[in-house]
Ligand binder design. Structure first.
Ligand SMILES: NC(=O)c1ccc[n+]([C@@H]2O[C@H](COP(=O)([O-])OP(=O)(O)OC[C@H]3O[C@@H](n4cnc5c(N)ncnc54)[C@H](OP(=O)(O)O)[C@@H]3O)[C@@H](O)[C@H]2O)c1
Length: 332
């Protein structure tokens, strides 16, 4: 049975990927950062399961800045496959902390490539790139040949990392690949992302809150998919015979306004009664509407998204409603 190492296992994608790999019989090792709290809400259902944790799932402390420890873990675990998901993932926040964004996302990836390169039998490595590398793109939809024109510190860091993976693949014949993922969401999406801000507010308002939800540019558009589908694509990429990069996207562009419409109407409310535009939340520079052409993934990997936007939004709203109801019913 195969052994996988995941960086970013506590994140949205890391948690879905762990479930997928465990269901396929893998032994999974994950890298976690030391934090003052021990809760890891996205994977606690797995780490608290005595039948899984310690026998097929293991966690190791490290940081993408800490090459010595990363090297030691790679040596000890000797994985067949490495899924590199860790990084500072918030595009807006990357304008506030550009240096650490580049340190974790760009240099962290280079560090990992160097460690993998030094292994006598290098494991297969998947790096999760981002549609943000296309920034203000020269064409739409974008595919694997579209030139990079990043417009944010996050996009620049990802462009560096994606190109470095390509360089190592070509120069050292490593099985190192990039999943060029467009936005993907789920009930486990970080709470500071706009989709989750919306679905959490919908839950609160449905349950009686009289707040107004303030958002930046609601005419911004994104290609939104479901994270569970995207980790399936990542796994397929590492099972393919040839190392190659793939765009992973739905190919459907939707505005924040449309997301609001689906989210509020799913609980019988009108978004116009509860949402206000807030110029202070506009980004210093925003990318243009990015939409991906995933036909290569469809033809070569047989991958396609299974969850459309309406279903995804409903899943997120229902999950936030259930979580809030359960918190309220267990409050003293
Ligand atoms: N979700 C999307 O829409 C999307 C789109 C394109 C690309 N991506 C990329 O896909 C990957 C996974 O995204 P996600 O949505 O799962 O992100 P996420 O929920 O924000 O998770 C990020 C993960 O990286 C870890 N991490 C951050 N800095 C680290 C460091 N210095 N050392 C070690 N671990 C570190 C975090 O650990 P803590 O729990 O300790 O913070 C967390 O486990 C990321 O590389 C992201 O940039 C995501």
């Amino acid at each position: 049975m195969s052994t996988a190492l995941i960086t970013g296992i506590t994140g949205q994608d890391g948690s879905y990927l762990t479930e997928l790999l465990l269901s396929k019989g893998y032994t999974v090792h994950g890298i976690v950062r030391r934090a003052s709290r021990t809760e890891r809400p996205r994977i606690d259902h797995l780490t608290l399961d005595g039948a899984i944790y310690g026998s097929r799932l293991f966690l190791h402390y490290a940081d993408m800045q800490d090459a010595t420890t990363l090297r030691r873990i790679l040596l000890k675990v000797a994985p067949d496959e490495v899924y590199h998901l860790a990084g500072q993932t918030h595009v807006g926040v990357s304008f506030e902390i550009p240096e650490s964004t580049c340190e974790f996302t760009a240099m962290g990836t280079l560090r990992l490539l160097e460690i993998v390169r030094d292994r006598p039998r290098p494991p297969r490595l998947l790096h999760v790139g981002s549609s943000e590398v296309f920034g203000n793109p020269v064409e739409s939809p974008q595919n694997e040949q579209t030139p990079f024109r990043p417009a944010t510190p996050y996009g620049v860091a990802k462009a560096f990392a994606v190109d470095m993976v390509r360089v190592y693949r070509q120069a050292f014949q490593m099985f190192a690949v990039n999943a060029l993922c467009y936005n993907h969401e789920s009930p486990r999406r970080g709470e500071s992302f706009v989709t989750r801000k919306i679905t959490r507010a919908v839950a609160r308002i449905k349950l009686g809150s009289r707040e107004t939800l303030k958002l930046g540019n609601i005419d911004s558009a994104r290609d939104w998919g479901f994270a569970g589908d995207y980790v399936e694509a990542m796994w397929r990429m590492l099972q393919h015979d040839v190392p190659d990069d793939f765009v992973i996207a739905t190919g459907r562009l939707a505005t924040v306004r449309e997301f609001l419409e689906y989210a509020f109407s799913s609980v019988g409310l009108r978004w116009q009664d509860h949402v206000q535009s807030d110029a202070a939340q506009y980004r210093a520079a925003d990318v243009q509407a990015l939409v991906g052409d995933a036909s290569k993934a469809r033809h070569v990997l047989g991958w396609q998204p299974t969850t459309d936007l309406v279903k995804l939004v409903e899943m997120m709203v229902n999950s936030d409603l259930a979580a809030l109801q359960s918190r309220r019913s267990s409050a003293p």
